[in-house]
Design a protein around this ligand. Structure first.
Ligand code: HEM
Length: 219
């Protein structure tokens, strides 16, 4: 049975995970290439910070896409990639934070702290990054065993508020220029991904509360 599944889904092939790992590194490779060969435009520091922010948000959307894809395509093997993708989100968010701290703030801890407190959109981004910390720290098998499945799942639901805070960070940043086109696209994607989950949770509670009646009606 397992061998048959292995033959069926290319996602279970031994090279799938290493390939996916390389795929997740491509945005960074592209940015490094752009920085080395001076291809990041007139303001390379800004381009670097912004691109890393974009890839963090895209990564969050892709991580949230895995469960609906798994359910709709009946491909449980997709789950193998969710943890890696989540860790890459943390990786890109940390590079985004590092690029800002270094290129914008010259690594002055006091200035960074004051900026976080002064500019609400930076505070939002920093809060989203703080929420990513416990998720990254507990994404290993030993942490799952230590926390227990239920508590681990509950903790990892932090991805929902943190995605919305990440989006709010983006909206707030663009509000200064009255340019909401891109945040609106991410907002629509997140609304679908989170709405799908909310609908399933609602349908599950509804069917669990109505099922006793249903079974009584049937007997
Ligand atoms: C989950 C965490 C985060 C997400 C999803 C995120 C996402 C984004 C996005 C999408 C952008 C706009 C990129 C564009 O204009 O194309 C951005 C810009 C920016 N973010 Fe974040 N961010 C996060 C965390 C942080 C943190 C921790 C900081 C710093 C403490 C930060 C500071 C900035 C700065 C300085 C900019 C650029 C502002 C400018 O160029 O005017 N972000 N971020």
């Amino acid at each position: 049975m397992v061998t048959a599944l292995k033959r069926k889904s290319p996602l279970l092939h031994g090279t799938a995970k290493p390939l996916f790992f390389v795929l997740c590194l491509l945005p960074l490779a592209w940015l490094v290439w752009g920085a080395v060969f001076d291809q990041l435009g007139a303001n390379p520091a800004e381009a670097l910070i912004r691109s890393l922010g974009d890839w963090t948000l895209r990564g969050l959307c892709l991580t949230l896409l895995i469960t609906p894809l798994r359910v709709l395509s009946s491909q449980p093997a997709l789950l193998r990639f969710r943890r890696m993708l989540g860790l890459f989100v943390f990786f890109y968010a940390s590079l985004h934070l590092l690029a800002y701290s270094w290129l914008d703030m010259g690594l002055g801890l006091n200035d960074i702290w004051l900026d976080i407190l002064k500019r609400p959109f930076i505070l939002m981004g920093f809060s989203a990054w703080l929420l990513l910390l416990p998720l990254a720290a507990t994404s290993f098998n030993r942490a799952i065993r230590w926390l227990g499945g239920k508590r681990w799942q509950l903790l990892h639901r932090l991805i929902y508020p943190l995605s919305l805070i990440g989006l709010a960070h983006f909206i707030w940043m663009r509000a200064g220029k009255n340019n909401f086109a891109e945040p609106a696209v991410y907002g629509a994607i997140l609304a679908v991904l989170l709405g799908w989950r909310a609908y399933r949770a609602w349908a599950a509670t509804r069917s669990s509360t109505t099922s006793p009646l249903k079974s009584r009606a049937m007997t």
